[in-house]
Design a protein around this ligand. Structure first.
Ligand SMILES: C[S@@+](CC[C@H](N)C(=O)[O-])C[C@H]1O[C@@H](n2cnc3c(N)ncnc32)[C@H](O)[C@@H]1O
Length: 272
């Protein structure tokens, strides 16, 4: 298979902001799992579909200058954003390369750890990437997947603009064959893939006005504006109205949202 056709989140400044707000919210969760895995100085790690940086900063600090981190993405523009960010943060052991996560051309069995986040679930046919991921990890090495699961996503009090926004977002993802419930399925996928020492950790956050991730749903819908309009899910004026109403509701001091779950699963490839 080649580069993802129909990936629903085109590169833009809004998409960069969206990826950063997700990274910031789930940073502590990623740190915690990397500690449990025991990533060590000298390790060679790959962050597949790293976007504007992914967790390459967290890996960089752990593997040190004797180790190496590669961030791979198909989007050259996002990789430039990642390189600027890495330079600004002195991530001297990180390289960003353009490539296809289904067939990267990287040497087989050459990584101590391969990670992806928010990739298998949102990239059309993304689960098909798993075989390639497994082939890149050395015997005894670690696979670390983090995928969203929409099952926990709620807004209290409920609100019509929230329902309309979530419905439109879900339809766009459905149309390209993405799976917003992939998080809950990762355990079985890795088990079937023959991985050992499986660990599962769901991460969910409560959000309120003022926290950047509170605006995640309207920001995602804004990034998908082209698909929402071309699929006829809303007219431009309806979309603008829904976005304005939703942003207003989410800025109310009494509104609470519960994030989608980010389900982490790790496993070890059989070997020494
Ligand atoms: C939702 S973003 C997640 C980025 C990053 N992992 C993070 O957590 O911030 C998914 C990324 O997958 C990339 N992508 C989509 N299809 C790809 C493919 N076939 N090969 C490599 N990257 C791909 C997109 O360009 C995008 O940057």
């Amino acid at each position: 298979m080649s580069m993802s056709q129909g990936y629903p989140l085109p590169a833009s400044e809004a998409e960069v902001a969206r990826l950063r707000m997700q990274s910031d919210l789930f940073r502590g969760d990623a740190e915690s799992m990397l500690d449990r895995i025991g990533v060590r100085p000298g390790w060679r790690c790959l962050d597949l579909c790293c976007g504007v940086g992914g967790i390459t900063d967290l890996l960089s600090r752990r593997v040190g200058l004797d180790g190496e981190v590669i961030g791979l993405d198909m989007d050259a523009w996002k990789l430039e954003v990642a390189r600027d960010w890495a330079r600004a943060n002195s991530l001297d052991n990180v390289r960003y390369i353009e490539g296809d996560a289904f067939d990267s051309g990287l040497p087989p069995a050459s990584f101590d750890l391969v990670h992806t986040r928010f990739a298998l679930g949102v990239i059309p046919g993304g689960v098909g990437m798993l075989d390639h991921i497994l082939s890149l990890v050395r015997p005894g090495g670690v696979v670390f997947l983090e995928e969203a699961d929409i099952g926990t996503l709620i807004c209290v009090p409920g609100y019509r603009a929230w329902d309309r926004a979530v419905d439109a977002m879900t339809r766009v993802f459905d149309q390209v064959g993405a799976d917003l419930e992939l998080g809950r399925k990762l355990f079985a996928l890795l088990r079937r893939g023959g991985l050992r020492e499986l660990r599962v950790r769901p991460c969910v956050h409560a959000l309120r006005a003022g926290q950047p991730m509170m605006l995640h749903i309207p920001t995602t819908l804004e990034v998908m504006r082209g698909s929402v309009l071309s699929m006829g899910l809303m007219t431009e004026s309806e979309l603008d109205h829904v976005l304005a109403e939703l942003r207003r509701h989410l800025s109310e001091p009494e509104t609470l949202t519960i994030s989608y779950a980010m389900i982490q699963v790790t496993g070890r490839v059989p070997g020494p």
